[in-house]
Design a protein around this ligand. Structure first.
Ligand code: CU
Length: 326
């Protein structure tokens, strides 16, 4: 009886603060094995997979598949890198789920690869973000899942241990996941807001070694260049900063488009170093600093920080026929 009274008192306290749920108020009592499974087909950035902005249904298990590709990537006309990638792109695909969904990840390391890889989700809570249970050597694959309890955007990256962590990250092996609130996004006044388009733009820093004549070096395998790359990395002197993997990936025929009147959501990330993003001729109408959807967005920012190892979301409304540069 005493226990029952205490529980009753406890419940009344929680309900009286219904509109001010603490970040510590989380229930984890459900059996995830009974939830509906849905497959999410991932696409190459800057595009996002199909998703609903609002999901009022029950949490689901969202299945995604990431295949590691080690591939020679032309960074600019004079430089190539053995890019380490999820699904062949730098950055890896943006995953989209809703808060309290489970993300069920299958990571495949084909036997034609040369290195061991894994994945560390900053969106996950505990378990080294999945890093310790997702290590796959060439020819192996593993499936695991985590509950996305925190709404926001978060980086994921390869973290196979020791010096391989920065080497894989600066070789392109990173991406992001967006965990939307189930009821969708809200503006600075707490009112629901929707967007017309969404793009994912990631900044990538490379540390490509040069030979004694000043030409960028090329290697037969990814591992062959690691010692040289480590030498460049230690100087913190990068050779390239690019958006979405290579020069020209978001310009010319690859330029992002929107119609006048569109509200466009941009996810921006940097897995390694601090950076600042600025729209030339525009502002972040709504900006979720630090990438957290738990907080109200700030408004009308000219430039915003992306702390190394994080992702940030902003929404910009195109009011004029114009070219916007980042
Ligand atoms: Cu890796």
């Amino acid at each position: 009886m005493v226990v029952a009274l205490l529980l009753s008192a406890c419940n009344s306290i929680i309900s009286s603060n219904k509109n001010k749920t603490s970040v510590f108020d989380e229930s984890s009592s459900e059996n995830a094995d009974n939830l509906e499974h849905v497959k999410e087909t991932l696409v190459t950035p800057p595009f996002l997979p199909k998703f609903n902005q609002v999901d009022t249904g029950a949490p689901k298990i969202v299945e995604v598949r990431l295949v590691v590709q080690e591939k020679l990537l032309q960074v600019d006309p004079d430089a190539k890198i053995w890019a380490l990638t999820y699904n062949g792109s730098v950055p890896g695909p943006l995953i989209v789920v809703h808060q309290n969904d489970y993300v069920q990840v299958t990571i495949v390391n084909p036997k034609t690869n040369t290195l061991t890889h894994n994945i560390d989700f900053h969106a996950a809570t505990g378990g080294l973000g999945g890093g310790s249970i997702s290590v796959v050597s060439p020819g192996q694959q593993v499936t695991f899942r985590f509950k996305a309890i925190k709404p926001g955007v978060f980086v994921y990256h390869c973290a196979p241990g020791g010096i391989m962590v920065p080497l894989h990250v600066v070789s392109g092996m990173n991406g992001a996941i967006m965990v939307l609130p189930r009821k969708g996004l809200t503006d600075e006044n707490g009112n629901p807001i929707t967007f017309d388009k969404a793009y994912y733009v990631a900044e990538q820093d490379y540390y490509i070694p040069k030979d004694k004549d000043g030409n960028y070096k090329e290697y037969k395998t990814p591992g062959e260049g690691f010692f040289d790359m480590m030498g460049v990395l230690k100087t913190l002197t990068l050779s390239h900063i690019v958006f979405n993997g290579s020069v020209g990936s978001l310009t010319g025929k690859n330029a992002l488009t929107a119609n006048v009147g569109d509200k466009v959501l941009f996810v921006t990330s940097e897995a390694n170093r601090d950076t600042r993003i600025h729209l030339i001729g525009g502002h972040a109408d709504l900006l979720w600093q630090g990438g957290s959807f738990s907080n109200k967005p700030v408004t009308n920012y000219e430039t915003w920080s992306v702390v190394g190892g994080s992702a940030v979301v902003m929404i910009y409304k195109f009011r004029e026929p114009e070219h916007i540069y980042i």
